[in-house]
Structure formats: C-alpha cells, structure tokens
Design a protein around this ligand. Structure first.
Ligand SMILES: Cc1cc2nc3c(=O)[nH]c(=O)nc-3n(C[C@H](O)[C@H](O)[C@H](O)COP(=O)(O)OP(=O)(O)OC[C@H]3O[C@@H](n4cnc5c(N)ncnc54)[C@H](O)[C@@H]3O)c2cc1C
Length: 300
C-alpha cells in the first residue's frame, strides 16, 4: 500500500516549523524526525496527515549539549549518535539504546521521536522516567518543560498538543553514587520488548537513597515505582551491604512480585500472556535493581 498524498516541508528555523505545523490544513500536520515509526504508519494508511513537517534541517534541533549537570538532546539528534557519544555521561542510555531496533533504525531514529511516539513497549520513555528527565515542548504559545513522569498519558499519547514540537529532552548526568540496571525480553533482538525494566539506584555508604524502576511493555504507558524501601529492607536482611548480586536478587523476590502484580495490566497477546509478563517483570526487576544497587556502591 502507498501513503495517502501529503504536503512536505523542511524548514530550517524552529519558528518556521512551529508555524508550518500550526497552519497545516485541518490541523493535520505531523512532525517527521527519523521517520522510523511514522513512515510505516503512513504506508499502511493508519495515519493520513495533510502536511509533514520535517525537523531534521532545523539547525537548533541538531545539537547535543551539556549544561547544568544535564545532557540536553535536541529533537533531530539520532539515537545512534547518543549511543556513541553520551553513554558515559548517561550510562542508562548506553545500556538501553542497543535494544532499540537495529543499528540501521537507530541511525535515523531520534530519541525525542521515540518519546513523542510513546509506544508502551519502547525503551526511551522508560529510561527517561527512571532518570527523571525533562522534556521540552515548543508550540505557538512558547516553550514549556514537562517531567518525563507527567509526559506520557497513555498508549501512543503524550501531553503535547498537535501544534507542538518536542524540542529536546534533558537527562541528568550520572553521579558517582548511582548505579543502573536495564533488561528486556523480546522475541528477537531488535523487536519491541514483551516486557522490560530500567532501574536506577543511588546509595550512600550502602544506604539506599533513591531506587526508581520503570517497567515497560506491560501497560498502556511506562510504569514508574519507587523501590527504595524494599531495596533497603532486602539489603538489611542480608546483614551485608556488599552482599553478592545473586543474594540481593533473591532477597528482592517478594517485593518484585508485588510490584509486578501492580504494574502489569496489559491483556495477553500473541507475544505472551499477562501471567508471563508478570513473571518477566518479577525476575527482571529483582535482578536489575540488585545490579543497579551493586554498581552504585562502586562510586562510594
Ligand atoms: C523494524 C523496526 C524495529 C523497531 N524497534 C524498536 C524498538 O525495539 N524499540 C523502540 O523504542 N523503537 C523501535 N522502533 C522505532 C524507532 O525507535 C523509531 O525511531 C522511534 O520510535 C521514533 O523515532 P523517529 O525519530 O523515527 O520518529 P518518527 O517516525 O519520525 O515519528 C514518530 C512519531 O512521533 C512524532 N514525532 C517525532 N518527532 C517528534 C517531535 N520532535 N515532536 C513531536 N512529535 C514528534 C511523529 O509525528 C510521529 O507521530 C523500531 C522501528 C522499526 C522500523
């Protein structure tokens, strides 16, 4: 099938992109960034935008910068560039990006496009939530900042208006008292996850300060939970803050089970039943939290 006809514009200034999006016929404008999700949608005629506004030539959207202890990734920056250049600054991105499709897809796909697309099984929304990232959105009324936790409203749905562009996402730079864990299960490498988790732990002298974990592929949007209390209790029960990862994983079994029961709401599908997804989240969450905790100790 071929895409329905559409107009195509490729402005070089952000203001012009916003204007083009706002003036598209019948509000039918759509941003195109990497095109890795949008083009299949067009080809299958699941969407029929009147105008595509290509933002990849907007100069101010091509930068990746570090300021205020944050890595700011603008909207035209490709996933592969972030993977190559920013994995040390934001290690959770480095752990998660290899799971996003294949290299060829990451060479065109953008991090902001992945957030804007808001697929419930996508990796970048979960990473953004665990890192407490900030999404910048620009529209006819100017710019606004939205925390990643508030950005996703449902399956393929975000707080952005049709006339707004996601202009950047800012991830806090890693601190030495943080550790990370990321894992997912997919049918084949490069497929969207059946279920996955992204964990971050901050600890001081073995005491857990923060332990957010985000599950994805299990609900209409990524599910963020605070596991600091459960993790602290698990570590205390072992009587040794530096206990091996496997022992901490076992001690986390019960709270991970409770979390999985809470976060997995997706009905079963051809990829796996609800019970299977709960099992995946339980196993992955316990293991990745334990890993994140252990790696947070290294900086102490
Ligand atoms: C075979 C295949 C496998 C894939 N596997 C995975 C996977 O495992 N995990 C994963 O996360 N993704 C996967 N993807 C999708 C890929 O990561 C996309 O790159 C990503 O979802 C969207 O980024 P994009 O820049 O290509 O956006 P586009 O395709 O250009 O746009 C996607 C949607 O977001 C909107 N949009 C894009 N940028 C903006 C913006 N700045 N502001 C407002 N709206 C915007 C568009 O209007 C459109 O609705 C896969 C894709 C393919 C083809």
């Amino acid at each position: 099938m071929k895409a329905a006809p559409f107009a195509y514009v490729r402005p070089t200034r952000l203001q012009d992109a916003v204007t083009e999006l706002g003036s598209a016929q019948h509000g039918g404008g759509k941003v195109i960034a990497g095109g890795q999700s949008l083009v299949p949608v067009l080809a299958m005629r699941l969407g029929r935008p009147s105008t595509l506004v290509d933002i990849t030539r907007v100069e101010e959207l091509t930068h990746m910068t570090v300021d205020d202890q944050c890595l700011r990734v603008a909207a035209a920056v490709r996933q592969r560039r972030v993977q190559r250049e920013a994995s040390q600054l934001v290690p959770l991105l480095g752990l998660a990006l290899p799971w996003v499709g294949h290299r060829e897809i990451r060479s065109r796909g953008t991090v902001c496009g992945s957030l804007a697309h808001a697929d419930p099984s996508a990796e970048m929304p979960a990473v953004a939530m665990s890192l407490n990232a900030t999404v910048e959105v620009t529209g006819p009324n100017g710019r606004r900042q939205v925390s990643a936790a508030d950005f996703f409203t449902g399956a393929m749905a975000t707080v952005t208006e049709p006339t707004e562009i996601v202009t950047s996402v800012s991830f806090p730079i890693a601190s030495s008292d943080e550790g990370y864990g990321f894992a997912e299960i997919a049918r084949r490498h490069g497929d969207y996850a059946i279920a996955g988790v992204a964990a971050r732990v901050r600890s001081t002298s073995g005491a857990v300060v923060e332990a957010p974990i985000t599950s994805f592929g299990v609900s209409d949007k990524p599910q963020l939970r605070d596991m600091s209390g459960a993790l602290q209790r698990a570590v205390d029960s072992l009587g040794d803050p530096a206990a091996p990862t496997s022992e901490i994983t076992n001690a986390l079994e019960e709270p991970a089970h409770a979390m999985a029961e809470d976060v997995v709401t997706t009905a079963g599908d051809s990829h796996g039943s609800t019970a299977y997804r709960k099992r995946l989240v339980r196993v992955l969450a316990a293991r990745e939290l334990a890993r994140a905790y252990r790696s947070s100790l290294k900086g102490a």
